[in-house]
Design a protein around this ligand. Structure first.
Ligand code: COA
Length: 262
């Protein structure tokens, strides 16, 4: 049996897993243990056929207030920050490439590594209490868990550099206006809103979801011709699935599709 989680809570209802980072006394700051637990949890959820989509949120008043600054300071003394970055970035990229929809329900501060973790999720719903920011330059650092790469891809280089160079936070409305968050939701409606999106996606073909996620996320970094070729490859791959035959037949027969993930 695998070890219990010290910093993560898990609820599974209606094939939707909700993972809550639970280190509220430190505003859910990401130390190596939390990141390792996220890796283990998401790997398990990715392999679980009973889980169709995942919601990620934080306990208390933060989503995640960043990498654990005490741990970063210690690692920096040993000149180990490149390894720290590679470890966290590897975990976040595995979450992005899990092949199931991952929805960040951003309940409060999403700063530094917390903003970067939200960026690695496929979409972000923001409570009116949410604050997004990459304040690393205030600490003499730069974002090291993908923020310098995923944020400009999402919101454009100018807006990303404004956030990175000033280190200032933006509120939920500003995050939506720049495309960083999908929408703003009242705090007590946040998890229901995330669940509603997750349930909507969970009704669709699971292989189609996985291929769509890969086409969008892997294609984003490619030149257009290569990205379109990647899309065609995934379009062809879903075309060979029983789910595609089921989905199109169900439409033509005016009935609900019964996808089997094959
Ligand atoms: N790493 C480690 N501990 C953190 C943390 C982080 N990134 N963010 C918050 N904490 C801890 C605080 O040290 C404090 O612990 P303590 O009670 O043992 O002193 C606790 O969480 C509560 O934070 P506090 O600063 O007292 O709350 P606040 O409401 O006054 O301020 C923030 C909230 C988010 C503005 C502030 O905590 C902050 O700026 N955090 C760091 C954000 C950051 O730079 N992230 C990028 C890291 S690379």
């Amino acid at each position: 049996m695998s070890a219990p989680y010290e910093f993560l809570l898990l609820d599974c209802t209606d094939r939707i897993a909700t993972v809550t980072i639970n280190r509220p006394d430190k505003l859910n700051a990401l130390n190596a243990r939390v990141i390792g637990e996220l890796d283990r949890m998401f790997t398990a959820l990715g392999a679980d056929p009973e889980v169709a989509a995942i919601i990620l949120t934080g306990a208390g008043r933060a989503f995640v207030a960043g990498a654990d600054i005490a741990e970063i300071a210690t690692a920096a003394q040993g000149s180990g920050l490149e390894e720290v970055s590679a470890f966290g970035t590897g975990v976040f990229t595995r979450i992005e490439r899990l092949g199931k929809p991952v929805i960040a329900a951003v309940n409060g501060f999403a700063l530094g590594g917390g903003c970067e973790l939200a960026l690695a999720c496929h979409l972000r719903l923001a409570s009116t209490h949410a604050k997004f920011g990459l304040p690393e330059t205030k600490l003499g650092l730069i974002p090291g868990y993908g923020g310098t790469q995923r944020l400009p891809r999402l919101v454009g280089q100018g807006r990303a550099l404004e956030m990175i160079l000033t280190g200032e936070m933006v509120d939920a409305d500003a995050a939506v206006a720049m495309g960083l968050a999908n929408r703003v939701v009242a705090p007590d409606a946040l998890l229901d809103a995330a669940r509603s999106v997750a349930l909507s996606a969970s009704k669709n073909g699971p292989l189609a979801l996985a291929h769509a996620i890969t086409a969008v996320t892997a294609g984003a970094g490619l030149p257009l011709d290569a990205a379109l070729a990647l899309e065609a490859k995934h379009f062809g791959a879903v075309g060979r699935t029983a789910d595609m035959r089921e989905g199109t037949s169900a439409f033509l027969e005016k009935r609900a599709a019964n996808f089997r993930g094959a």
